[in-house]
Design a protein around this ligand. Structure first.
Ligand code: DC
Length: 216
């Protein structure tokens, strides 16, 4: 394994932005693992199937094409909700695991953001961040993003979504959203994007120095 940076945390915590910026800084590929679950949810809906149908979600996960992660519709509010619904099924998580674990073997390193990267996908990752912020701050950020994409949504509805998602992602039997014991917590509530990235960069640099001493 190269220098894998695991960036976990709840919806709209800033982890995606931080992951992309870390990838650019080190020249590493970045995987937003939430897109995998979003693409599965979108596929189930587009096939006219029910998100409560585990077999349908598994079939969608098994037939996923990485090109489907690029579609704009995976970034909508409905896709986020659908993702959280299909993510509760263990077989769906299993089906998406290999793709993420292969990505984690990219040399000289990789950045992956999600909910269970530091705990399940890459438990040996040398750098782990757990990025969080209050539900209100996260809802404000997500509302700005969605209205910027042209979606007509209210702040209250987004805040309600965030609370439901947090609850569902944390209560999951398989790979619940939780901070790895060796992750560093980064609360971005009071931070600008630049300040959050700067703090993340310092955490990763410390991890990198430690990791370099272990490399032959
Ligand atoms: O990070 P995001 O909002 O795009 O994630 C959408 C949903 O996908 C999230 O509510 C739960 C699920 N997810 C997951 O279960 N595990 C991951 N590693 C990433 C996302």
């Amino acid at each position: 394994m190269g220098f894998v940076i695991a960036v976990d945390g709840p919806a709209a915590s800033g982890k995606g932005t931080i992951a992309v910026k870390l990838g650019a800084l080190y020249g590493y590929p970045v995987l937003d693992s939430g897109l995998l679950y979003r693409a599965v949810g979108v596929k189930v809906l587009e096939r006219g199937q029910d998100l409560g149908d585990e077999a349908a979600a598994l079939a969608a996960a098994r037939s996923l094409d990485p090109a489907e992660l690029e579609q704009p519709r995976v970034r909508t509010r409905a896709a986020g909700e659908a993702a959280s619904r299909v993510a509760v099924y263990s077989p769906v998580r299993q089906a998406l695991r290999e793709f993420q674990q292969v990505f984690a073997t990219r040399e000289p390193g990789a950045v992956i953001d999600g909910r269970d990267i530091g705990t399940v996908i890459a438990p040996d990752a040398p750098a782990k961040l757990y990025v969080t912020a209050t539900p209100e701050t996260r809802a404000q950020r997500r509302w700005k993003q969605l209205t910027g994409q042209g979606e007509a949504v209210s702040f209250e509805d987004i805040l309600a979504d965030i609370r439901v998602r947090d609850e569902r992602d944390s209560a999951r039997a398989d790979s619940p959203m939780t901070m790895a014991a060796d992750a560093v917590l980064l609360d971005t509530t009071e931070m600008t994007i630049d300040a959050a990235f700067d703090a993340a960069r310092r955490i990763v640099e410390t991890a990198r120095s430690r990791w370099e001493t272990t490399q032959g």
